[in-house]
Design a protein around this ligand. Structure first.
Ligand code: ADP
Ligand code: ZN
Ligand code: ZN
Length: 754
């Protein structure tokens, strides 16, 4: 039993650094845990104030005589703060971080913010004037922003200012100009609340089809009956999962509870957000990475005060401080972005489940290609599985064909476009239908190497090759290092150096050369870096301002392009050569999701997958869009080699500028781990083995001048891994070492960029 508690008395979020120690009196021992809200005496006058327990321990750091005792436990606090603190504790325990780092993750830093302003943009002109303006602006290339807004207002005569600014990317001067022309009005909320509401109710016309209805009702009934297991909806692309979410949220809100919807940032487009707005109007708030800290804080404050019922956003929206949270929905649950890349490296799905447990709510996961891990859990009965096999609009899934690139080479075709794909591109350009060309990774293998000796030009700070960019520079995608293109090979002096492979820029150049009649758009991390990047590119393509969209995996959900009838995947296998065990899973997901972009409208879609390994199961089954068969294959492979989800895995990353010191420290910790493993195994006679791999160099041996080594642990029992993590953490606390950083990674997912 713990005798002492660390209590924070003020979570204005600047003072979480300074917990105060209190004695836990014997009669309260049973009731106090991390996250408990308690009353304590504070300051000279021993004023009674409330605080939260953030840690418990056997030994006090201060002399016992100086400590005061906790007075009592607050009965049933109504705020979300206790939940959030318990959640921080969960994160700290399970993913490795200090309590302070965990608290900062769940309690967004408070910055003084402008008062929340609720503005709306509405149409001020009548139909005739509007049409004239639209016609005028559609002829003027510099007025695309104005045109975009007017076209949206034509459909939706009132829009929240935040949506216009963040999701339509309309800047203030554009609004002022349109206001001056008396085409639009900018109003504050009060005048418009009713108008907006009425409009929603009229406009929301979708009724669930029987399949959707069955799923929504079953999820709801299970919740009513106290079955709080997470639900996993596996539904093909366009099967209507979003409508199911909306229906469930509606039920939750009617019970005076709130909802969090996680959507990967990249899929958080105007179209997606508007669907939720149409149904729920102003009861929604949207969080995304382009908000300032203060703006984000405002949104969360609204949640806390009960001014909104729904928060939509990426990963961090999980920590919206709703007082009575009913449901957390995670769309595209397989996405790698749901894992936090920084310490604490939490996994959103797991944290969501814990958050829901704390508040008595439930979790709904959805994807066309669920992660092998989630599907495994569904199979084991830990999650409840639902299937949707057909597209909701009745559109059929596209026809997919595989083209073997080796045959192309044999036939003397050295271009990146196969004969079949070329034929279909010409056909679509002729018919004025749209095309998406998809490449696996940004600037993939657009590295520069010597044709004489084979040396690749590397970043001086990282163990990766530099990528060539069209501005003539070489860039490191890890640390941002830039240098002009080299003229001679640094190794042998040869002049024959050049780029290889197919980066997005290169594809765009070749496509422009080959099809001069086509207008192309490129979407990748470079073109979307600008503040407004990706939304603008997608809207332009949706408005049919271009024939061909060339892009990386960014071309995902969130936008329906009904006029796209051809998707070409230029080199399907690139992601297969990734060195981690999830390569096949990611390839399958990419192919299925990319193919799902075709034929969303009335016309049937076609998909061409170009590959050097047509026999590979991820490629073959991706082409068939056969999730279940893929899952079967993949799971047997994971079983054979001992990878998650069949087994639990922990990666421990050591990083240090001094290579010798790194090796030393790594060996030291390695011994510590080995000792711990032996002790554990001795204690329970050889059952539940723990396997250790390494220490060895990380896949990338150096990033940002820091050398990197890894130790991997595999265990049947998850708690064996957290136990070893705790052992290392304690050891590092007792033997502090500022030079080295140690990071724990419990999911081993999606952290290979490259
Ligand atoms: P998913 O989230 O599974 O990709 P969506 O919910 O986006 O699917 O649905 C795909 C398309 O089908 C959308 O345009 C949506 O409006 C439409 N849709 C979904 N459910 C229905 C329905 N019951 N009736 C009519 N249209 C629907
Ligand atoms: Zn670098
Ligand atoms: Zn050379």
């Amino acid at each position: 039993m713990s005798k002492y508690a660390d209590v924070i008395v003020d979570i204005s979020h600047e003072k979480v650094d300074r917990p105060f120690e209190y004695i836990i009196p014997a009669h309260l021992e049973e009731q106090i845990h991390c996250g408990s809200q308690v009353f304590v005496p504070f300051g000279r006058g021993n004023k009674q104030i409330s605080g939260f327990v953030i840690g418990m321990k056997e030994q006090a750091d201060f002399a016992k005589e100086q400590l005061k005792s906790i007075l009592s436990v607050v009965e049933k606090s109504t705020s979300a703060d206790g939940d959030m603190i318990a959640l921080a504790y969960y994160i700290k325990t399970n993913y490795g971080s200090t309590m302070n780092q965990a608290l900062k993750t769940v309690l967004p830093v408070k910055k003084s913010a402008d008062p929340v302003q609720e503005k709306y943009i509405s149409l001020a002109a009548d139909e005739r004037v509007l049409q004239e303006a639209i016609e005028k602006y559609s002829k003027d290339k510099r007025s695309v922003a104005k045109l975009r807004l007017l076209q949206e207002l034509e459909k939706e005569s009132i829009l929240p200012y935040e949506i216009v600014r963040d999701k339509l990317n309309i800047a203030r001067p554009t609004l002022s100009a349109l206001e001056k022309e008396q085409l639009i009005r900018i109003d504050i909320k009060e005048n418009l609340r009713d108008a907006f509401h009425m409009k929603d109710k009229q406009e929301y016309t979708i009724t669930l089809n029987p399949e959707q209805k069955r799923i929504a009702e079953d999820i709801w009934n299970r919740y009513q009956n106290g079955d709080l297991r997470p639900s996993l909806i596996r539904g093909v692309t366009g099967s209507g999962k979003t409508e199911i979410y909306i229906d469930i949220i509606d039920k939750v809100i009617k019970e005076k509870k709130q909802a969090i919807v996680l959507i990967p940032e990249i899929a958080l487009t105007f179209q997606t957000v508007l669907r939720f707005y149409k149904k729920f109007g102003e009861r929604i708030s949207v969080i995304h990475s382009k908000l300032t800290q203060a703006q984000k804080h405002d949104q969360l404050e609204k949640a806390k005060r009960g001014q909104v019922d729904i928060i939509i956003g990426p990963r961090s929206a999980l920590f919206s401080p709703f007082p009575n949270l009913g449901v957390i929905i995670i769309d595209e649950e397989h996405e790698g972005t749901y894992k936090n890349e920084n310490v604490p490296r939490y996994i959103s799905r797991e944290v969501a489940i814990e958050r829901a447990r704390l508040s008595g709510g439930f979790v709904v996961l959805g994807s066309a290609t669920p992660s092998v891990e989630s599907f495994y859990k569904a199979e084991q009965g830990e999650y409840q599985l639902y299937n949707l096999e057909h597209r909701a609009t009745g559109a059929s899934l596209p026809d997919v064909q595989i083209v073997d690139l080796r045959d192309e080479l044999n036939a003397g075709n050295r271009s990146m476009v196969s004969r079949k794909l070329d034929e279909l591109i010409l056909d679509r350009l002729e018919k004025k239908e749209q095309i998406i060309l998809f490449i696996n990774r940004r600037g993939y293998s657009s590295f520069v190497s010597c044709r004489n000796c084979g040396t690749a030009i590397k970043c001086p700070h990282c163990d990766v090759s530099l990528k060539y960019h069209r501005n003539g520079k070489l860039m490191c995608h890890y640390c941002g290092y830039e240098t002009p293109m080299v003229k001679r090979c640094p190794s042998c002096g040869s002049k024959y150096i050049g780029t290889f492979g197919t980066g997005t820029q290169k594809v765009e150049e070749e496509i422009n050369k080959r099809y001069p009649q086509a207008v192309t758009l490129r979407m990748d991390a470079d073109t979307t870096k600008k503040k407004q990047g990706h939304e603008e590119i997608l809207s332009a393509f949706a408005n049919q301002e271009a024939d061909i969209l060339i892009g990386t995996q960014m071309i995902v959900k969130g936008h329906d392009f009904p006029n796209v009838t051809l998707v070409g995947i230029l080199a399907a296998d690139l992601s297969l050569y990734n060195s981690d065990y999830m390569a096949a899973e990611r390839t399958f997901q990419l192919l299925t999701q990319a193919a799902g972009r075709a034929g969303r409208g009335a016309k049937k879609g076609e998909v061409i997958i170009q590959t050097y390994s047509p026999e590979n199961y991820a490629v073959r089954l991706g082409a068939e869009q056969n999730y279940k068969e893929f899952y079967k294959y993949e799971l047997s492979y994971r079983k054979l080699l001992g990878y998650p989800p069949v087994i639990n895995m922990l990666g421990i990353l050591f990083a240090c500028e001094n290579e010798t010191h790194l090796t030393q420290k790594c060996n030291e910790i390695n011994l510590l781990i080995e000792r711990r493993i032996r002790a554990k195994e001795a204690a329970r006679a050889a059952q539940n083995k723990i396997q250790k791999i390494g220490p060895s160099e990380d896949v990338i041996a150096k990033i940002n001048d820091k050398y990197r080594k890894m130790i991997y642990l595999k265990a049947e029992d998850y708690s064996d891994l957290t136990d070893i993590k705790d052992t290392i953490e304690t050891y590092m606390e007792e033997n502090p070492d500022k030079q080295i950083s140690i990071t724990f990674d419990f999911s081993m997912m999606g952290n290979r960029k490259g």
